[in-house]
Design a protein around this ligand. Structure first.
Ligand SMILES: O=C1O[C@H](COP(=O)(O)O)[C@@H](O)[C@H](O)[C@H]1O
Length: 225
């Protein structure tokens, strides 16, 4: 586990945003473009705000999503909408370079179509971790944990809904994976992940390999570092 601990969620967000700006510049210099998959939920919001003030050549950035809920782009639950409101509407990223997952469509068809538009290899996948150890929309004890290919339609019984999600194969094939996790509420789960409790079925985030973890002090409180 490569772990970077900052004092507060805002510090964590700022550090990840600064590293993202640096990673984007390096990729653009080396390969002419930077491809990043964003995550959803509440944790990335502070990072989106921090990123708006940084120097990034957004004309060379291609934005994807690692997961999406079964809703349209205007829903308050939409991961795309969170990213749009918090970041994409405030920077000069060309619309044609923003690729949202279409949560409002038939999930199997939407997953297949999304897999077809992904580049060969993403530069960076940004991820979060839920209180139950899920990451992207790979929830404990769901079929999506064993899905092959790049994107899966994952039925989540406890939420009674479909989710669209990158598979582990796609997440682990990217050049880099960063996990952004903050708050005391995540400390116990993080400890269990570090101890290997429940394996990937119990704590899906354990299926993410060679990640950099951006944590605040509260989330890291129970880890042995
Ligand atoms: O449902 C989701 O939850 C996770 C974690 O979200 P958070 O609110 O605890 O930060 C998120 O990473 C994922 O993209 C999202 O769809």
């Amino acid at each position: 586990m490569k772990v970077l601990v900052s004092p507060t969620p805002a510090d964590t967000a700022r550090l990840a945003a600064e590293h993202l700006a640096r990673a984007a510049a390096a990729a653009i210099t080396e390969r002419g473009a930077f491809s990043v998959a964003l995550s959803g939920g509440s944790t990335p919001k502070l990072m989106y705000a921090a990123l708006r003030d940084l120097n990034v050549d957004w004309s060379r950035v291609h934005v994807y999503f690692s997961d999406e809920r079964s809703v349209g782009p205007d829903s308050a639950d939409s991961n795309y909408r969170t990213a749009k409101d918090g970041l994409l509407a405030h920077v000069n990223v060309p619309e044609a370079q923003v690729h949202r997952m279409e949560g409002e469509r038939d999930p199997h068809q939407a997953a297949a179509d999304y897999a077809a538009l992904l580049p060969d290899r993403l530069d960076l996948v940004l991820l979060g971790m839920g209180d139950d150890g899920h990451t992207a929309s790979l929830f404990p004890d769901t079929d999506g944990l064993k899905a092959g290919g790049r994107v899966t339609a994952n039925w989540v019984p406890k939420l009674d809904t479909w989710r669209l999600s990158f598979t582990f194969e796609e997440i682990n094939a990217a050049r880099e994976r960063w996990l952004l996790v903050t708050g005391a509420g995540k400390a116990g789960v993080l400890r269990e992940v570090q101890d290997g409790m429940g394996g990937v079925d119990g704590h899906p985030v354990a299926g993410v390999h060679d990640a950099v973890w951006y944590l605040d002090t509260a989330a890291a409180a129970q880890l042995s570092l």
